[in-house]
Ligand binder design. Sequence first.
Ligand SMILES: *Cc1c(COP(=O)(O)O)cnc(C)c1O
Length: 389
Amino acid sequence: MNTKELDKKYIMNTYGRYDVALKSGKGCTAYDEDGKKYIDVSSGIGVNSLGYCDEGWVEAVTNQAKTIQHMSNYFYSSEASKLAKTLCSITPFTKACFSNSGAEANECAIKIARKHSFDKYGEGRNEIITLKDSFHGRTVTTLSATGQDNFHNYFFPFTEGFKYAEADIDSVKGLVSSKTCAILIECVQGEGGVNIMDKSFVQALRKLCDENDITLIVDEVQTGVGRTGRLFCFENFDIVPDMITCAKGLGGGLPIGLCLCTEKLENVFTPSTHGSTFAANPVVCAGANYVISKISDESFLSEVNKKGAYLRDKLEKINGVKSTRGLGLMIGIELEKDNAHDIAVKCVENGLLIITAKNLLRMLPPLNISYEDIDEAVKILEKTIMEDK
Ligand SMILES: *Cc1c(COP(=O)(O)O)cnc(C)c1O
């Protein structure tokens, strides 16, 4: 049996896969098992921040694997300490808690927000407001946090205590009560359709949280680590959240989740209130340290913005593209015909790896994509849309 047949026989059917078995990659280019070449503007859903097999990243990860590949969290680890220190010195946050995925990072933030409220106010003040069209993960609690009805199915009973507001300050205010302990948002909703929050809304949320001692959590799982042209997306909104969560692009291709908090929350967890066997793995953290060392540079981030603007400008000139939206290199593309999924499938056939978000095409290319690769990607998309006419 070939890879596709083995997959169909032995792996549970949780994804509608494209008809491609990828084998190797370099930079923005991937190759399948037949040697066919693809330009990748999806980065494994925003994970391969520096593209496939970046030389410096491979060296950092392999050197660490040769030195010590895992120690439990009962021992100190230099790569994890270094990563936490770096992130705390370039953000307003003071402490980190490691995990292995975005959903777990959100679980961690939810636990911190609820325990903080419990410690200060006692039982009962535990509600968390999230937004409609949000996405926060696939665990039972993060599905509950996700503000989309179609995710609240089958797996009953879901974790209690989540309320869903429109992305509108009056809608949020209508749900705030003496039971509210936190508000959790994405500043740009990724899976929900690349929806950018209004700056005035995010700033009003910050004020509302300050006035009511509510913890403001920003889910930066997709938007973090340079994706929107700033180190973290909240910086675009001139606010400081009490906590952020981060995952996808942080490890450059290895599984990591991270929750960062400000000083007032840094001692909420105590030994045995949270943990994870694999979290803070040194190989993964070595990859993340390398990614952060590259992308935290101001000139790198300004290139992300320039490339994003260049790419969107070209996309908007394509006949059949209605509009684009996004920040930095997180881009949603609305088509004139409402057929993003079909176009994505045909793009893959034509050698462009692209994903969708709701009824949009979505691009999350490697942050170091070259202008030549952008041109090539646009050419394939244009050709694909033209063939569909
Ligand atoms: C992908 C994503 C998650 C879930 O991350 P996993 O690593 O798949 O658990 C959570 N929040 C946002 C905003 C995401 O984009």
